[in-house]
Structure formats: C-alpha cells, structure tokens
Design a protein around this ligand. Structure first.
Ligand SMILES: Nc1ncnc2c1ncn2[C@@H]1O[C@H](COP(=O)(O)OP(=O)(O)O)[C@@H](O)[C@H]1O
Ligand SMILES: CC(=O)N[C@@H](CCC(=O)OP(=O)(O)O)C(=O)O
Length: 292
C-alpha cells in the first residue's frame, strides 16, 4: 500500500505545475545529442505526449548536429564551427537540409506518432515559418575589437510565422520544427537549433523554453553545475571563456527569449530519461535556469 501512496504523492506534486502550464506554450529544443539511443527517443516522445494530454501546448524544435557530422563525413566534407555555428557552404547546406528535414525531422515525428501523438513535421520553409537573413557571427579579438565573420548560408530568424504554429496547436497537433530557414529570395539557410527555439519561444511568448543537451547544464571553470544564472551575467561568462562552443548559442538564445517575454529558460541534461517531465513537474527542477 505504501508504494501506492508514494505514487499518489508524486502525482500530487505535479498538480500545481499542471495548473500553471495547462493552456500555455512550452517550447522544447531537442538536441541531436539527446537522440543517442532508442530508450531516450522513446522517453522524450512520451514526455511530450503527456504534456499535450494535459492541455499544455508543446512545440518541439529539433537539432541534429551529430547526424549532420556523420553524413558530411561520408561525403568527405569537412566542416568547422565559429562560436558554436557551423560554417556552411553550398555543398554543406545541401547535406544540412537533407539530414534535418529528410532524416531527423521525420524520425522525431515518427516517434511521437508511433506513441500516440499527433505530430506534424515542418521546416522553416513550410508556410514561411522561419524567415531569415544572413547571420554574421561576431568574434571578439583579444585586443577588444569585434569582427563580423561571414560563415556562409547560416541564418538568423527575423520573423516567425506564429500563426502557422497556433493553427496546429488549436488542432491539437504537436509542431515539430527543423532548423532550416528561408531567405528573401527563397534560398535555404542553416540555423542553429537553439537560436530557432529561442526565437519561436519569443514569438509565441511561451511560458517556458527548455533546451535538452549532452551535459548536466552550464558549468563553471571547476566543472561545478551553475543551477541558476541571472541573464545579465551571461556576456561576462562568454567573454571570460567560461561558456564556450555550442553552449554559447544556448545561453544567448535563453537571454533573447527572456528579453522577448518568455518567463523561464532552462538548459537540462537530455541524456537523462524523462528529463522534460522532471524539469516541468517536480519541485527540484534540473540543470541550469537562466532568469532575469
Ligand atoms: N560552461 C559550459 N558548461 C557546460 N558545457 C559547456 C560549457 N562551455 C562549453 N560547453 C560545451 O557545450 C556543449 C553543448 O553544446 P552542443 O554540443 O552544441 O550541444 P547540443 O548538440 O545539445 O546542441 C557541451 O557538451 C560542452 O562541451
Ligand atoms: C548554424 C548551425 O550550426 N546549425 C546547426 C543545425 C543543427 C543543430 O543546431 O543541431 P544541435 O542542436 O544538435 O547541435 C548545424 O549545422 O549543426
């Protein structure tokens, strides 16, 4: 009997969170590293379906960096990153679009639907969902000067067609978005998936933005987890090289999303089963929260 009471207590712990988030939007960025095995993919799909069943509007933005790397390697294309963004020439862009929209997106949609969800896959080109302009990556040199570097077909989102997402939400569908955008002349752009998640969350004024990654959260130089970071500390942590590489777009997009009105942004460990449920429905929370 005791274990049944404990189960009931666990459900009761979720009640205030269900009340708080029901009818609201939560944007979840599902990073390529969090798709490591079948159990993780299944647990992610079930978490999202549970949210949807509770009346929470879950919007999924997926990555696929490791999957792109694997295919580029097969084609013998070498790629490099500038502050967490892939330098994308025309040949790389073809592979990026093929892997993100043709492989990863259909796989994520497949998992969700197979487990009883009503997922719809979209790239940023569908319904002009993610309208882009070329992103020039800012690199700060040791002498303090800032250079804007051209890294090819890499986009920044200038407009999100939120009407399309809201139409799907009203139809009880789960939008699953691949981070490929469209430029003014119909050209494709590779967009960092964290950036897309932040912009989508901002446009929808989401209640929460969750980024799933392959570490416990943001760590300081001693490797200690920083469970909460005030958003105006972020530039100092980047300039001081505490936050580097792929973590830079994550914290930056959290800051941008919060500035646009998103209530809370968290970076959590996507290698943990049911990471999304633990973050949303328990008192402890996991990972790093970026806040005002
Ligand atoms: N301060 C930091 N705390 C945690 N991870 C960091 C930090 N700075 C850089 N990183 C790196 O960022 C990586 C996460 O970014 P990335 O590999 O792009 O993940 P994802 O594929 O989930 O988007 C971590 O695996 C880690 O190597
Ligand atoms: C411009 C840029 O860097 N785009 C990313 C898009 C995929 C992505 O962001 O995937 P993860 O979230 O799994 O890292 C890339 O080419 O890898």
């Amino acid at each position: 009997m005791q274990h049944l009471i404990e189960k009931a207590n666990t459900l009761m712990e979720a009640l205030p969170y269900i009340r708080r988030f029901s009818g609201k939007t939560i944007v979840i960025k599902y990073g390529g590293h969090a798709m490591a095995d079948e159990a993780l993919k299944e647990s992610f799909a079930l978490d999202v379906i549970l949210l949807k069943s509770l009346g929470i509007n879950a919007v999924v933005v997926h990555g696929g960096g490791p999957q792109i790397n694997e295919t580029l390697k097969r084609y013998g294309i070498v790629s490099e990153f500038v502050k967490g963004m892939r330098v994308t020439d025309a040949a790389t862009m073809q592979v990026v679009e093929m892997v993100l929209t043709g492989q990863v997106n259909t796989e994520v949609v497949g998992y969700l639907n197979q487990h009883g969800g009503r997922a719809v896959g979209l790239s940023g080109k569908d319904g002009s969902l993610l309208q882009c302009e070329k992103l020039l990556q800012e690199v700060k040199h040791d002498d303090g000067t800032v250079e804007k570097v051209d890294i090819g077909f890499v986009g920044d989102v200038v407009k999100v067609n939120q009407e399309l997402i809201q139409t799907l939400e009203h139809g009880k569908f789960i939008p699953v978005i691949a981070p490929v955008g469209v430029g003014e002349h119909g050209e494709s752009y590779n967009i960092n998936a964290d950036l897309v998640a932040g912009r989508v969350a901002g446009a929808l004024r989401a209640e929460k933005l969750i980024l799933l990654t392959d570490v416990e959260g943001v760590k300081d130089t001693d490797g200690k987890l920083l469970s909460s970071i005030p958003f105006d500390d972020v530039p100092r942590l980047i300039d001081g090289k505490v936050i580097t590489g792929g973590m830079i777009p994550k914290v930056t997009c959290c800051v941008d999303a919060i500035t646009e009105g998103v209530k809370k942004a968290s970076i959590i460990d996507g290698r943990v089963l049911h990471a999304v449920l633990l973050e949303i429905f328990t008192d402890v929370g996991v990972g790093t929260e970026i806040h005002r």
